[in-house]
Design a protein around this ligand. Structure first.
Ligand code: COA
Length: 150
């Protein structure tokens, strides 16, 4: 648990956070999908409960970041931190909540032996997320996703 900006508390993800995360996702995506988040959050808590964090303001979740450390995938033998899902309540953006979430998750990745952290961003659709990661020191990688329609 970390104190950051006054009133903001970063702590590990908990199963009880599902409803707050569903509400944030609904604000971002316009879709109410509790079953999706129940599955997602269950997955991350089973894999590594410390690798996913939430930001609380006045006891209410204002942002979340889900990730994990993996190795032996995509030719990456060494342990690598992956940030896979994130969201900050639009009412609380621009207050360094995303930055604090990332600092906490990166610290945990380091403790798990990771020397690098990766994420995937759709540059055409997620310009805000790209700018966020760039501000945090992420750089484009030579590793490219390949896709084929099925
Ligand atoms: C991207 C996001 C996490 C940023 O959260 P935030 O709490 O507002 O970000 P912070 O205040 O911590 O900003 C950290 C840095 O990123 C930059 N940044 C954040 N959002 C930005 C944006 N939209 N455009 C440009 N820069 C941005 C800030 O300027 C800041 O840089 P600085 O510290 O050098 O000033 C938030 O906007 C969000 O949740 N977006 C939607 C995510 C989404 O679609 N999720 C669903 C799919 S997984």
């Amino acid at each position: 648990m970390t104190e950051t900006t006054p009133g903001v508390r970063i702590r590990p993800l908990d199963e009880l956070d599902i409803s707050d995360i569903v509400a944030i996702d609904e604000k971002i995506s316009g879709r109410y999908r509790p079953e999706v988040w129940e599955r997602q959050i269950g997955y991350y808590l089973r894999r590594d409960p410390e690798s996913s964090v939430v930001a609380e303001i006045d006891g209410k979740v204002a942002g979340f970041m889900l990730g994990e450390v993996r190795s032996g995938e995509f030719g990456l033998e060494e342990p690598t931190g992956w940030i896979e899902v994130l969201g900050v309540d639009p009412a609380y953006r621009g207050k360094a909540i995303g930055r604090h979430l990332a600092e906490a998750i990166l610290e945990h990745f380091r403790q798990r032996g990771a020397h690098s952290v990766r994420t995937l961003v759709d540059e055409e659709k997620q310009g805000d997320i790209r700018s966020f990661f760039t501000a945090l020191g992420f750089e484009p990688s030579t590793m490219r996703p390949f896709v084929k329609t099925l």
